[in-house]
Design a protein around this ligand. Structure first.
Ligand code: AGP
Length: 608
């Protein structure tokens, strides 16, 4: 995905654009650019590499005077990262400039048509087609040209557009890619996400599909895809700019790891009232829950890993059948859906293309959908039948931590609600679970207080090439997440295995010194987990174990043990993942990589 910003007002635009782009770099960071109307023409600058290259090139925007402009930070989809492929893209006469987040799926056909009409292209991008198509339809009325383009292009887009002949106006258009409008004191803004505008305003509009926003310095109007005026309600953003800044930490990931106790407290405060789980928070009645024949969890990456954990919890606690599907597989495998099942989509960003498509597919099959989402106003939050927000606040680091923890907590609370509705969770059980959950924040803090020990250990494995994580039951789900955390930011190859499965082939890769992370928090599986540790040890592995205090027998077989406090067997993921997040973080720090912006990745993958 990419990040777009726009500003029109009394201040110089370029510094505002650069500031907004800096808050959106997590959306993509292989190149950046800006277009600013300088009083005579649309001036534009592009730069390959991180945003700071563009800032340096424009002396923090000073070389681009003007009070209206658009900006872009890119995660390349069509055309390799290069200056020429960077946004903004302009028409040949450079009187129209466009920044775009999304994919124009029929760009090739449109490009051929435009070339046959004499247009020439500079870049390999799909976005440049939009610039020339606007040129083709523009006869003096920007809105008319924009609506015509919207009827021609297929795919996803959040567009920011300026016209040299309308130098006081910004147009913004949305279809499937997120877009907000901010009403500021000395000007108005567009952006892909809230953090980009928070410094200037908390008063934002979430743009819906097929809507056009028209901004001047002191007015904002909205239109539908046919150019008809529409009314929209603004929302007031509650969390502050601090929440979207590093707050003194070196990286957002470090900050967000340390915010997990607060995330859990905030989640509990939203969902637990008078010592009981407040079922209203899930927008379902107990009757609704009793009608549900099966829960099908569909997600990607870490969100999917919370689903794997949740399967063990829902089935163990509530005895309700649960299936877990990778969103990218779900709709292509022709799944057999039960009319009474509930499809649960989990997504931090609420914009992941595969998860969005899975949601739409489930709804097309007439299946009820529930979304667990961290971004209010996101596409998935708007399209699901039932929305359960998580309370992690803005998560900026590409590698998710606090949103992952918030998703786990939401699963625990939903499972307790289902268990009560199905008569599988008594009031005593509920009280016991709530007591355990309330302890989690301080228990996480205890683990975090031990981080220097983890850092010292991690520094020894900066040069590791292959790391295997193994576990049984919930510990397997934890292993999946531990492995992804390590590889996505340190670029060290890692795999997660159900501990009992390793010996069916992959154990042949274990040799002298191979690092194996053994997660063994499940008491009743501990003897089996210990024998799996012995299996890999006997083939030369160096084993780091994560286990619950008291499981001292693990010390007899593992080379290094990270202990977590005692908690309910269903909730151990919330504690065991902390040292494993820290391990990945410190190994990456030791390698000197950018922890928050790993190569090839973006915070939300808005392409299939
Ligand atoms: C997790 O660290 C990764 N950034 C990635 O796997 C992520 O969880 C996945 O892309 C899903 O994103 P979403 O939760 O925003 O849908």
């Amino acid at each position: 995905m990419c990040g777009i910003v726009g500003y029109v007002g009394k201040s110089q635009a370029a510094p505002v654009l650069l500031d907004g782009l800096a808050k959106l770099e997590y959306r993509g960071y292989d190149s950046a650019g800006m277009a600013v109307y300088d009083g005579n023409k649309i001036a534009f600058e592009k730069a390959l590499g991180r945003l700071k290259v563009l800032s340096e090139k424009t002396h923090d925007g000073e070389t681009m005077p003007g009070t209206i402009g658009i900006g872009h930070t890119r995660w390349a989809t069509h055309g390799e990262p290069s200056e020429i492929n960077s946004h903004p893209h302009l028409n040949e006469s450079e009187t129209i400039a466009v920044v775009h987040n999304g994919i124009i799926e029929n760009y090739a056909k449109l490009k051929d048509k435009l070339i046959s009409r004499g247009y020439s292209f500079k870049s390999q991008t799909d976005t440049e087609v939009v610039a020339h198509l606007l040129d083709y339809y523009y006869k003096g009325d920007p809105l008319e040209a924009i609506t015509k383009v919207m009827h021609r292009v297929e795919g996803s887009y959040a567009l920011g557009i300026i016209f040299a002949e309308h130098p006081d106006e910004i147009f913004a258009v949305r279809k499937d890619s997120p877009l907000i409008v901010g009403r500021g004191k000395d000007g108005n803004l567009i952006a892909s996400d809230v953090p980009a505008v928070l410094k200037y305003t908390r008063n934002v509009y979430f743009i819906d599909n097929g809507e056009i926003a028209h901004l001047t310095e002191d007015a904002i109007d909205f239109f539908d895809v046919d150019g008809q005026p529409i009314e929209k309600e603004s929302k007031t953003i509650e969390w502050d700019a601090e929440a979207a800044s590093k707050g003194g930490y070196e990286y957002f990931m470090e900050k967000e790891i340390h915010e997990q106790p607060k995330t859990i407290r905030d989640t509990l405060s939203h969902h637990v009232k008078d010592g009981k789980v407040n079922i209203e928070g899930f927008n379902m009645s107990e009757d609704d829950m009793r009608q549900i024949s099966r829960i099908r969890i569909v997600a990607c990456g870490s969100a999917y890993h919370t689903g794997v954990t949740a399967k063990y919890i829902y089935e163990g606690m509530c005895r309700i059948p649960v299936e877990c599907d990778l969103a990218s597989e779900f709709r292509y495998r022709n799944p057999i859906l039960d009319p009474n099942e509930l499809v649960v989509i989990i997504s931090q960003s609420g914009e992941t293309a595969d998860s969005k498509a899975a949601l739409i597919y489930a709804k097309e099959q007439g299946i009820r959908t529930l979304a667990i989402v961290n971004v209010e106003g996101s596409s998935i939050a708007r399209d699901a039948d039932i929305v359960v927000l998580t309370y992690a606040g803005p998560e900026i680091a590409v590698a998710t931590t606090k949103a992952y923890s918030a998703q786990l907590m939401t699963h625990y609370l939903l499972a307790i609600s289902f268990g009560k509705a199905l008569g599988k969770v008594s009031e005593e059980d509920e009280a016991k679970y709530i007591q355990s959950m309330r302890k989690l924040p301080e228990q996480i803090e205890m683990v975090l207080n031990n981080k220097e020990r983890i850092q010292r250990f991690a520094n020894r494995y900066v040069t590791a090439h292959d790391v295997y994580f193994i576990g049984r039951g919930v510990d397997y789900a934890i292993s999946l997440e531990a492995s992804l955390k390590l590889k996505e930011i340190s670029y060290i190859h890692s795999e997660a295995y159900a501990a009992g499965e390793l010996k069916h082939g992959t154990i042949s890769l274990i040799e002298e010194g191979t690092l194996v992370g053994a997660v063994c928090t499940q008491k009743e599986l501990l003897p089996k987990s210990i024998s799996n540790i012995v299996e890999v040890k006997s083939r030369g592995a160096f084993v780091i174990a994560v286990t619950t205090v008291g499981n001292t027998e693990v010390e007899e077989v593992a080379d290094y043990v990270m202990y977590i406090p005692e908690t309910d067997q269903y909730f151990t993921n919330s504690l065991a993942i902390i040292p494993l997040q820290l391990f990945a973080y410190y190994v990456t720090l030791g390698k000197g990589f950018d922890v928050d912006k790993p190569r090839n990745l973006a915070k939300s993958v808005t392409v299939e």
